[in-house]
Each structure stands twice: as structure tokens, then as C-alpha cells.
Design a protein around this ligand. Structure first.
Ligand code: PEP
Ligand code: CO
Length: 448
């Protein structure tokens, strides 16, 4: 790529996979024009801060926790919903920081995670063949032809929902909710009585004691910003390139292009072709980037992605998010780790233990088993141990709600319980207890 000739519209003459069939081209143009005139959601300087933080992860000095919904929803949009998701991520971060003694870089799949790639363009529901649901940024999940027709005004609605979500997240993490003296209130009622909840309470009490000790020593905790606020970053899959292009702006300080729809954006497993539109778009924006890497990826492909997306070898610029499946990780991951290590490319290696472990339950609901999720994470840590590389992070789909979408875990959710509280419009998410349980287990792997 030549930075002098790159522009946000560069992708138009490349094949772009996974774009909706918008029925009305003029209406799409109108929506994109509207978006182009709206303020950016994030500031380029913030994206640079995140790159620096991820640079520490790539060097083995910190751990990345990237978590949130598979697909954010226009229907489940409320302050409580945002707060509860944030709570469980903050809890997990405390468990990891306290349990393993490493700083945790916190990135949400939030405030923009609205568009979904699909394996099939249509799906059969009863006798109806309908366009697949592609996320609320495109169409609605209800099983009718009207609901499934892509509507470009949804792009604008997703922007506005992202803006108010981000606004509340910023208020929470900078305004006192994330203050370490509040660790107890992050435990939700339905979690408190559980084994994970009690284990968490113990850590919270130890943190309280440490804070009291520091206060007694005369340290002015009110002056310590690091105890009162956290950095929390946003991310989503950069799937709909018209939307991403409209929010890509030139930074007035450096003159560089940034995709100001989120701090970090990633390219999915289905759209990471080297000659495709997504890679040609992402190589020109300076945000920290992620690439999903599935079991079919070859070492040569991964090295080429490193060269294309991080030619200057900037630590923190590129995160490789591997999603090999519990049974594939031991075979597929080590050769990639070795190839990238030998090339000298500074990457963050993160484990997505969700997307390689999805299957349909006997009742037809998409699910994942907690044991498979843990098995993939364990295999990820094992592979890094054997290659001498740093298992830099995890990438998980979760919710703060008490849902029954993933099997197993401490509550041992079974297939016939899945439809009790299954609210995801896309992939099954870990619930708050399963998420906390996972954090304790990852902390143990990190201590190993
Ligand atoms: C996702 O992260 O929701 C997703 C679709 O992942 P992948 O591209 O890895 O399949
Ligand atoms: Co998903």
C-alpha cells in the first residue's frame, strides 16, 4: 500500500464479501452521506493510546481481555444492559489482574458491534426462505420478509446507538463506577450466592483490605487516578465497508487516517482474503487492528497479513485472534506461532475460544459447551508454552445477564435448559457466572 495514494474509498474496486443486498441504492447513498457528516465516535489520539497499551501485550507485559456481545441489539438497548455487561468485564479484569498480577487491557465488543457475516445468504424457517439476519445495522431478526429486507437507515440508527452506548461507558469508567473501592458492587445479585461469586467476594475483600492499608499508610487514594478510573476501549468487526468508510477521518494532529467508528476494528474469518476489499481498507487506517485466524489459515497467509497490515512492525498495531476449535488448536496453532515468531513480527496473540466451538443443539439452538471453550483456551496456552510465545489475551462473547445460551459451566446448563433464557440474536454467549468462572481459570493458566 502507498500511504500517499490510499483513500477510504479504495476498497470499492475490490471484491467485498458479506455486504448486504441493499434494495435501494439511492437510499444507501443517502444514509452514507448522512454518516459522513456526523461527528467521529472516537478520537485518533485514543486509538494511538490503545496501540501503545497493546504494544505492551505484544511484549508479554500485559494481557488483553476483549469481550462483549456477538451482535448488539436494537431491542436490548438500555442503561442496565450496558452497565451489567461492563460489570462482568470489570470483574473478569480484576480476577485476572489480582490473580495473575498482570495489567489487563480492556476492550469491549461494544458500541458498534452490529453487523454479522453469515455462512448462508438465506435461511429456511418453516416453509419460508428468508434473507439471513445480518445484524440490526442491516435488518431485523424477526422471521418475515419485511423484517429481513436490508434498510440503510439502520446504519444511521446503529451509529446513534453506538454514540449513546459509548457515552455511558465513558461516564461509568471515568466517573466513579469503575473505582476500585466499588469492587463489591460489580458482583450481581444472582452471582453473589454462587461459588464463583463467593470466590470473587474474597478477592474484593482482599482488595478492600489493601486499600485500607494504603490509606492507613498516609497514601492519598483520592489522588491516584489509576485506582478510580479505568481505560475501556471499543471494538467491532469492520464488516460493512460503507459504514466504516463514512466514519474514517483524517487526524488533524498527524494527518493520518483513522476509522473513528471504534478504537479497534477487526476483520473476520470470512473476509480476510489478501486481495479482498476488507484488507485493502484496513491497511490504510492507523487504528489497532485484529484479524480472525481460523484452522484453514496457512503460515504463509498469516505472514502476508502481518506484512500487509503492519509493514512498519509497530507493536500493538496487529492482534491475531485465533479461533481453531478445541480439537484443532494443538495441531493448527503451533506452526503459525513459530512462523510469526521467526519473522520477528510483533503481534498480540489472542484466543477466541467461541467461534470454532459452535454447534446446533438437538432442539436446533446454536450453542457452545463451556468445557470446549476452556479446552481451546488451555490448548492455546499449551501451544504458546511450547513455542516460547506470549498467550496475550482472550476474545469472548458474553453478557451480564443470566442467560442460558452456552452449555455446562458451574450451573451445568443442559440442552433442555437452553430455551429457558436464550436471548441472543446471533451466537450463544457466556452468562455472568460462566464468564467469571472462565476468568478464574484463565488466571490460573496465567500463573502457571
Ligand atoms: C464473530 O466474532 O462474531 C465472528 C463472526 O467471528 P469469525 O469471523 O471468527 O467467525
Ligand atoms: Co459471534
Amino acid at each position: 500500500m502507498n500511504p500517499a495514494t490510499w483513500s477510504p474509498s479504495i476498497w470499492h474496486d475490490r471484491p467485498a464479501g458479506q455486504q448486504p443486498d441493499w434494495p435501494d441504492e439511492a437510499a444507501l447513498d443517502q444514509a452514507i452521506k448522512q454518516l459522513s457528516a456526523l461527528p467521529p465516535l472516537v478520537f485518533a489520539g485514543e486509538a494511538r493510546h490503545l496501540t501503545t497499551a497493546l504494544g505492551e501485550v505484544s511484549k508479554g507485559n500485559a494481557f488483553l481481555l476483549q469481550a462483549g456481545d456477538c451482535a448488539e441489539s436494537f431491542h436490548e438497548f438500555s442503561a442496565d444492559n450496558i452497565r451489567d455487561k461492563l460489570r462482568v468485564i470489570l470483574q473478569m479484569a480484576v480476577v485476572l489482574t489480582y490473580g495473575a498480577g498482570v495489567p489487563v487491557v480492556k476492550v469491549g465488543r461494544i458500541a458498534g458491534q452490529f453487523a454479522k457475516p453469515r455462512s448462508n445468504a438465506t435461511e429456511k424457517i418453516g416453509d419460508l426462505v428468508l434473507p439471513s439476519f445480518r445484524g440490526h445495522m442491516v435488518n431485523d431478526d424477526a422471521p418475515t420478509p419485511e423484517a429481513r429486507t436490508p434498510d440503510p437507515q439502520r446504519l444511521v440508527a446503529a451509529y446513534h446507538q453506538s454514540a449513546s452506548t459509548l457515552n455511558l461507558v465513558r461516564a461509568f469508567v471515568k466517573g466513579g463506577f469503575a473505582d476500585l473501592s466499588q469492587v463489591h458492587i460489580w458482583n450481581q445479585q444472582f452471582v453473589t450466592a454462587s461459588a464463583e461469586g463467593r470466590r470473587y467476594e474474597q478477592i474484593a475483600s482482599e482488595i478492600d483490605r489493601a486499600l485500607r492499608f494504603m490509606r492507613a499508610c498516609g497514601i492519598q487514594l483520592a489522588d491516584e487516578a489509576a485506582l478510580q478510573q479505568v481505560d475501556f476501549w471499543t471494538s467491532h468487526e469492520a464488516l460493512l465497508l460503507g459504514y466504516e468508510e463514512a466514519l474514517t477521518r483524517r487526524d488533524s494532529l498527524t494527518g493520518d487516517w483513522y476509522d473513528c467508528s471504534a478504537h479497534m476494528v477487526w476483520v473476520g474469518e470470512r473476509t480476510r482474503e489478501l486481495d479482498g476489499a476488507h484488507v485493502s481498507f484496513l491497511e490504510g487506517v492507523r487504528n489497532p487492528l485484529g484479524v480472525k485466524v481460523g484452522p484453514s489459515a496457512t503460515a504463509a497467509e498469516v505472514l502476508e497479513l502481518c506484512e500487509r497490515l503492519n509493514p512498519d512492525r509497530v507493536p500493538g498495531r496487529l492482534t491475531l485472534i485465533t479461533r481453531m476449535g478445541a480439537s484443532g488448536v494443538a495441531r493448527a496453532l503451533p506452526p503459525l506461532l513459530a512462523a510469526v515468531r521467526n519473522s520477528g513480527h510483533p503481534v498480540v496473540w489472542s484466543c477466541d475460544p467461541m467461534h470454532g466451538n459452535t454447534f446446533s443443539s438437538s432442539g436446533g439452538l446454536k450453542t457452545r459447551h463451556f468445557d470446549d471453550v476452556m479446552q481451546e483456551i488451555t490448548g492455546f496456552f499449551d501451544a504458546h508454552a511450547s513455542e516460547g510465545t506470549w498467550p496475550g489475551g482472550i476474545h469472548v462473547e458474553l453478557t451480564g445477564d443470566d442467560v442460558t445460551e452456552c452449555l455446562g459451566g458451574a450451573e451445568d446448563i443442559s440442552e433442555d435448559q437452553l430455551n429457558l433464557r436464550y436471548t441472543s440474536t446471533c451466537d450463544p454467549r457466556l452468562n455472568a457466572r460462566q464468564s467469571l468462572d472462565l476468568a478464574f481459570r484463565v488466571a490460573e493458566l496465567l500463573r502457571r
